[in-house]
Ligand binder design. Structure first.
Ligand code: ATR
Length: 276
């Protein structure tokens, strides 16, 4: 069977093999999918060896998404270009191609949750790679406004400038500032910080949620995250974690490689059960 895999460091806890094997089973495609731990200073060699040995496609995770971007520089999808990061690699005519499906994964999950971003006022909290990876799809989907706020305000402003320079038509909808500048009424608030990994929540002002608003944490866990709890206590109508985004970005990679879009609900239920 065709060989696929996920490269990261560490990689032991990656859910990607389960997800892709379940998709393959669903769609009747035969494949193998392995975890590959690349040494921190040997990412490119590891990827090249995989493809030279006949591998068909790779997912890329922490901390290699920026290096994957460099590797696929000559054959990059525009949304990966804006994200500055690549999570999906494959070979076409002997050249390594790269794309980033994280943003579209978030988009698909927002739609699944009944909150398509079109026309919405969106607050994005955080200014690291996770935030940068989802800005283009949110803007492209026609949100009314996107404000990026971060504990270190300069990083949020740099992110706004990065996007506005590349896609000038987005500039009018794009705002940036520190956490106190989160003040406002938002339809969707997305936590793209790593705060939940430390069991804390970003220090946001109260009263951010418009009627019917969704709070979305890009991190996922067995229990609701501190950000989700804070959001529900301060007026959000609904809160979700990032499990759906994880599965939807994998589904989008699967569709690139195999030309078939798998169903994500079965995998989500399976993973939710494994987390519990
Ligand atoms: P990633 O690639 O996962 O986004 P990163 O580049 O390290 O990782 O960014 C982490 C993000 O989480 C940053 O926006 C960081 O804020 P700073 O830029 O001010 O460091 C944010 N972050 C982490 N812990 C946080 C906390 N407890 N409260 C608020 N923001 C936090």
């Amino acid at each position: 069977p065709a060989r696929y895999g996920v490269v990261g460091n560490p990689i032991a806890h990656s859910r990607s093999p389960y997800i892709h094997e379940t998709f393959a089973h669903q769609t009747g495609i035969s494949l193998s999918y392995e975890r590959i731990q690349a040494p921190l200073d040997r990412f490119a060699d590891t990827v090249q060896a995989f493809f030279q040995e006949g591998g068909s496609g790779l997912n890329v995770t922490v901390p290699f998404k920026e290096q994957a971007f460099d590797l696929a520089q000559a054959h990059l999808h525009p949304r990966a270009d804006l994200a500055g990061a690549v999570n999906t690699l494959w070979l076409h005519d002997g050249a390594i191609q790269g794309d980033n499906t994280d943003g579209v994964g978030l988009l698909d999950d927002l739609v699944r949750l009944g909150h398509p971003p079109g026309g919405c006022r969106i607050l994005l909290v955080g200014a690291g790679g996770a935030a940068r990876g989802v800005m283009f799809p949110l803007l492209q989907a026609g949100c009314a406004k996107l404000r990026v706020v971060n504990r270190t305000p300069d990083r949020a402003r740099q992110l706004r400038d990065h996007v506005a320079q590349r896609v000038p038509s987005f500039a009018v909808k794009l705002e940036a500032g520190g956490l106190p500048e989160a003040e406002g009424a938002w339809d969707i608030v997305i936590n793209a910080t790593s705060s939940s990994l430390d069991q804390t929540s970003p220090d946001l002002p109260a009263g951010l949620y418009a009627q019917g608003a969704l709070a979305y944490d890009m991190v996922y866990a067995a229990q609701s995250t501190p950000f989700m709890q804070q959001a529900l206590a301060s007026g959000a109508a609904q809160a979700a974690d990032g499990l759906g985004m994880l599965v939807a970005q994998a589904a989008a990679s699967f569709a690139i490689w195999h030309g078939v879009a798998p169903d994500i609900t079965q995998v989500m239920e399976g993973l939710r059960g494994q987390l519990a």
